[in-house]
Design a protein around this ligand. Sequence first.
Ligand code: RIB
Ligand code: CA
Length: 322
Amino acid sequence: MDTGKKIPVILDGDPGHDDAIAWTVAKASNRLDIRAVTTVGGNQTVEKTTYNARRICALLGIDAPIAKGNAFPLMSKPMTAGNFHGTSGLDGPKLPEPDRPLSGYTAVELMAKVLRESEDPVTIFSTGAQTNVAALLLTHPELKEKIGCISIMGGGIQYGNWTPAAEFNILVDPEAAQTVFQSGVPVQMCGLDVTEKALVMPEDFETIRNIGNQVSRIVAEWLDFFMIIHKEMGYEGAPLHDPNAILSYLYPEIYDIREMHVEVETAGLYTRGCTVGNYGKIANLGVLEQPNVRVVMNVNRGKFVEKLVEAVKKYDGREVKI
Ligand code: RIB
Ligand code: CA
């Protein structure tokens, strides 16, 4: 039942063009109250993703505290994706400089503080590796009950994108993802099954650009940059992964979501980072039959784009010094 109260949320990610657009959508929603922003390494080093997070918050007017997350995954070496997001991790349009210092907390400390202080369950939107979220669950098991949902972009039941088996966010930190998926906390997973269908076409870029506010111009230029490599890879549109973690939570009716048991492979030579889903057709597996994740498998693409446009229009009248 919609009580009209805003839902307290934490944005955790590795901005990253699609993280930045996901945060644009989150800030535009009158149903979400952003209580903290935390960063992980992934698209770029955590130093760079943190600087990007601070600039995005200055652009959008997100005044929540910001904390830098772990520089390293739980048990593996850092990986970056400069080929997709550029040297800065957010190449393309000029952005405002940060408008305030970091919070002084680590990501886990800030997440725990938000959970402790919140009257209502907090939703964590995680659009990078699960390192901070797993570290939070491991160091503060007593706060698990304060998490209403962990809505992630990550994984792929049918295929990967960094290896044939593994999607990038999960592969950066498979142990962290397995910790989150087996935690008992409600998890909603937007993997490549849905995000590769959430294509934003070049004509949609122009629809967004023509909204005409400062944020719309910058979002369109983020899409322009993000499309460069995807065009070279043969995509007709930009697969906008991360906003699905927000929009599938806010508008489940435009998605196809299935309850599934999902395990994360952490040991395979070729399959490390694979999200192995049991559609439920394989019976008699005992615990592996018990669903533990709401897996988002499809989206109405037109409605997805509509929600993006709606969100960007909310920034009419906002202009910051760049
Ligand atoms: O595989 C896509 C994911 O990896 C997205 O979250 C993108 O931002 C990168 O983090
Ligand atoms: Ca991301």
